[in-house]
Ligand binder design. Structure first.
Ligand code: FNR
Length: 346
């Protein structure tokens, strides 16, 4: 099975190059400043981190975003440890693309291990937009998923030498999945951001949430370019930052839950995503690096620290709930401000 071996190798290369290329902090969070509140009239004991993504109820807005799977024993181990950390900290977790495991039975264990470790936690399935209804149902069943993420990654595919070149029909396939599966469908980008035009189309077909997957953190153009003999360097700078993506989607859609992600590394980034309009925040590259470099117990401590820091930030702002934090006053400057003005978004 040459194809399966190549796919497994690619998954491991993604991890290696994601760690090597790192997080760039080009996400635009430095353009967002909270208005200080000297009279928050609140105690840390009042802070409640609970939130929702559509009909799903989450104990924390922070979750582990889609990463690994389908790369053999090594990715199975990573998934097992991520699932353990998610369980210990009571946070949700998305798995990486399950396409490999749908095509090759032997890859299933790197996903099914998640439910062995974390029986009752919130877990999101993951497939690309080439997925059919039947594949989506199988991916959900494989891990008894509470929701399914469908990822959009056109630029990544184009940079990947063996990647897809035909992106026709994605919206209509997603629409069919929405009407056929009985869990919420989340559509996500993978680090190139999302525009208001895209979000509006997705809202019209009835999806429950978008994950903006903004530019500025893990860079999949750069990762795939590492695997090319002749890099397509012009795609390395391609994409919309996390801040402009959240603001674009938040100001133009009414019903969608928004997930902020792309380069999120600490609790202040999380708070800024929420204040821009997100109800949950995904972290991928940062969680992976922490796990690989420091181990699972250190990752658990780090997630607890993130929760503690977010509690302190919400106290400083006088916003006891995630819904209150969404309305915290802030000022947007710099490139983010310029972008939003050019796009007619205030
Ligand atoms: C990813 N990401 C990803 N996304 C997805 O929808 N399906 C997938 O299979 C993968 N695989 C994957 C592997 C690795 C090693 C990394 C680091 C990431 C993308 C991820 O979910 C996220 O959208 C981006 O990484 C941007 O977020 P961060 O990393 O900047 O927090």
């Amino acid at each position: 099975m040459v194809i399966a071996v190549d796919r497994a190798k690619r998954k491991l290369q993604h991890i290696e190059y994601a760690l090597a290329t790192g997080q760039h902090r080009l996400h635009g969070f430095e353009d967002v400043t909270f208005v200080h509140n000297s009279l928050p009239n609140i105690s840390t004991a009042h802070i409640d981190l609970q939130t929702t993504i559509g009909e799903l109820s989450l104990r924390s807005p922070i979750f582990i975003n889609a990463m690994t799977g389908g790369g053999g024993e090594q990715t199975a181990k990573i998934n097992e440890q991520l699932a353990y950390a998610a369980k210990q900290c009571g946070i949700a977790m998305a798995v990486g693309s399950q396409m490999a495991a749908l095509k090759d039975e032997r890859e299933r264990s790197s996903f099914t291990v998640i439910r062995k470790v974390n029986k009752h936690g919130l877990v999101f399935a993951n497939l690309g937009s080439e997925a059919t209804v039947e594949l989506a149902k199988r991916a959900i069943d494989m891990i008894e998923a509470n929701a399914i993420q469908i990822h959009l990654n056109v630029v990544q595919e184009l940079v990947m030498p063996e990647g897809d070149r035909d992106f026709c029909g994605a919206l209509s396939r997603i629409e069919q999945i929405v009407s056929a599966v009985d869990v919420p469908v989340i559509v996500k980008e993978v680090g190139f951001g999302m525009s208001k035009e895209t979000a509006r189309k997705l809202e019209q077909i009835g999806i429950c949430a978008v994950d903006v997957g903004g530019f500025g953190g893990t860079n999949f153009a750069q990762i795939e370019n590492e695997r090319r003999k002749q890099p397509l360097t012009y795609f390395n700078e391609w994409g919309m930052t996390t801040t402009v993506s959240i603001a674009e989607v938040a100001t133009t859609t009414e019903r969608l839950s928004i997930i902020g992600s792309g380069g999120v590394q600490h609790a202040l980034d999380v708070a800024k995503c929420i204040a821009l309009g997100a109800s949950a925040v995904g972290m991928a590259g940062y969680m992976l690096r922490f796990l690989i470099e420091k181990g699972v117990e250190a990752l658990i401590e780090e997630i607890e620290r993130l929760h503690n820091d977010l509690t302190l930030i919400m106290t400083a702002l006088g916003t006891p709930t995630v819904a209150d934090l969404q309305n915290a006053p802030l000022v947007i400057t710099g490139k983010t401000h310029h972008w939003l003005r050019e796009r007619g978004i205030d």
